[in-house]
Design a protein around this ligand. Structure first.
Ligand SMILES: [Zn+2]
Length: 96
């Protein structure tokens, strides 16, 4: 199946969709055995880089899974600091 690229939204990328399934787990407690069913979530495997914006398939996949963290450029970091009202010292190499 094909899903819209989460980065540019202009092209579709090929993905392999694995549906979640029910997994039975038995836990033994004093009163006897109890079986619980766990639903594993759907997963997506992205099969190609976005042909439009060049986003890497692992980044697209991470985005579908809600794990993608945008890497900030130095400029964006400075902007962020300004917004938070922190004093800027040029040449400072402290990590936030
Ligand atoms: Zn894209």
């Amino acid at each position: 199946m094909e899903l819209e690229c989460p980065f540019c939204g202009k092209r579709k990328v090929k993905t392999f969709h694995k549906e979640g399934y029910l997994q039975a787990r038995t836990s033994r407690i004093s009163a006897g055995a109890k079986t619980k069913h766990y639903k594993t979530p759907d997963t997506y495997e992205v099969l190609e880089d976005c042909p439009h914006c060049g986003a890497k398939k692992k980044d697209i996949q991470a985005s579908f899974e809600g794990k993608y963290k945008k890497k900030m450029t130095h400029q964006e970091r400075l902007e962020n600091l300004k917004k938070r009202g922190l004093p800027l010292v040029l040449g400072e190499k402290k990590k936030i």
